[in-house]
Design a protein around this ligand. Structure first.
Ligand code: PAP
Length: 407
């Protein structure tokens, strides 16, 4: 259980994430200013805090201390401690291949995952309790999570904040809600998120078939917003992103190598096509449960897609709101141009600590934000191969991605 402490009106919060070096417990240096209207949920990590925007709560929650030396470990603590052994045992049984960020990734139940996210998945399956009103934002890597996080947060909280002084402007989309896969599952105490206001929102990159049935079965009332993108642009975006994060002890991953791996399905959370198809099929079976969006449609007609999103979330825009320009305000607030220019998303603005090894600067979630950047990287032959995989894989599924083809 998390204990509660009253938040100051204005806080200097030491950076958000499972802070500090796992061995020394030192905090990172960067600071984030928190304005009076926004309060934070602090979720537990053994070495520090992860903080998310939590509207309309005048408390934030801090973990009770981890079991001290004289205390008897709870069953949950014992199970948590055994998790690394369980993971090691599991990894020894799984096929492995080259990772984009780390040396290896492993094929677990049809999807390529890093050891750290496999641990996250075990934790989710064992300890995450979905609530009937939860909304999950799901996507393959680099398909639009940052954008959707901002849009969902701004939509759900549009009656609370003025657009000119919006918490997204100060804190950026990454703090809007938790990334389920790693962010909090790596450390004890295990965060239960029970204090997040309803509807709770979470982001995940896990494939639909990997998630517990409490989240994914058609009979559960949780909702999913899924966003997909032309795999050619996802590939380029991912190669840039992972190259920045790649361990300096490893040789760089060349673009040609990344391309080969991607086409063979070997990339974190991939194969891309199986990921997309899993959510697509589920959305066809339960359209009220899964909203399937495309990055390219959102770029083309953001207002149209935002209205779909709001209606799906159970928060449709009223005629009055539409007349008053609320839709346009949200689109503008969450646009690439606006978000990428915020101080918090520029050099020194802040970072997300996903695991002890993986810290990502906020600015790295923004690169070009365009459709068709693949044209600057792929030859016609490469384009043809990847498009033909997409066409073959999606044949008879009813899914078209509106792939851009001309070089
Ligand atoms: P993640 O998988 O690490 O969460 P994600 O946010 O899904 O990343 O994708 C990042 C991509 O979305 C980047 O694409 P690019 O490399 O082709 O440029 C990023 O620039 C783009 N992006 C981020 N925010 C926005 C936005 N507000 N509008 C449009 N695109 C955006």
């Amino acid at each position: 259980m998390a204990s509660q402490v009253t938040c100051e009106q204005r806080l200097n919060v030491r950076w958000l994430g499972c802070d500090g070096d796992a061995n020394t417990g030192k905090d990172d240096e960067s600071e984030v200013n928190v304005a009076a209207t926004v309060h934070f949920l602090t979720v537990c990590c053994s070495n520090g805090m992860s903080t998310y925007l939590v509207p309309d709560q005048n408390t934030c929650h801090q973990p009770t201390s981890i079991t001290g030396e004289n205390q008897i470990p709870t069953e949950e603590e014992q199970a948590y401690k055994k998790l690394d052994e369980k993971l090691k045992g599991l990894l020894a049984t799984l096929p492995k291949d080259k990772g984009w960020r780390s040396a290896n990734i492993y094929l677990h139940e049809g999807f390529w995952l890093s050891p750290q996210v496999i641990k996250g998945l075990l934790m989710i399956n064992n300890y995450f309790h979905a609530q009937s009103t939860d909304i999950f934002l799901a996507a393959f890597m680099k398909c639009g999570t940052t954008w959707l996080k901002a849009l969902m947060f701004a939509t759900a909280n549009r009656h609370r904040y003025s657009f000119s002084d919006h918490p997204l402007r100060r804190n950026g989309p990454q703090s809007a809600f938790p990334f389920l896969d790693t962010h909090i599952f790596l450390d004890y105490p295990i965060t239960k998120f029970e204090h997040l206001p309803s509807p709770r929102m979470f982001a995940t990159h896990f494939a639909h078939s990997l998630l517990p049935t409490s989240m994914s079965s058609p009979s559960s009332t949780c909702k999913f917003v899924y966003v997909c993108r032309d795999p050619k642009d996802a590939l380029i975006s991912k190669w840039h992103f992972m190259s920045k994060l790649r361990s300096k002890e490893l040789p760089p991953l060349s673009f040609n190598e990344a391309y080969e791996l991607f086409c063979n399905g070997v990339s974190e959370y991939g194969p891309f096509w199986d990921h997309v198809l899993g959510y697509w099929k589920a959305s066809q079976e339960s359209p009220e449960k899964i909203l399937f969006l495309k990055y390219e449609d959102m770029k083309k007609e953001p207002s149209v897609e935002l209205k779909k999103l709001a209606a799906f979330m159970g928060m449709p825009f009223s005629a009055e709101e539409e007349k008053g320009g609320v839709v346009g305000e949200i689109v503008k607030l969450c646009s690439f141009e606006n978000l990428s220019n915020l101080e918090v998303n520029n050099e020194g603005g802040g970072a997300q600590k996903f695991t002890a090894q993986v810290v990502v600067e906020n600015r790295d979630f923004f690169r070009k934000g365009k459709v068709g950047d693949w044209k600057n990287y792929l030859t016609e032959e490469m384009r043809e191969r990847i498009d033909s995989i997409t066409e073959t894989m999606f044949k008879n599924s009813g899914l078209t991605l509106g792939l851009t083809k001309e070089a």
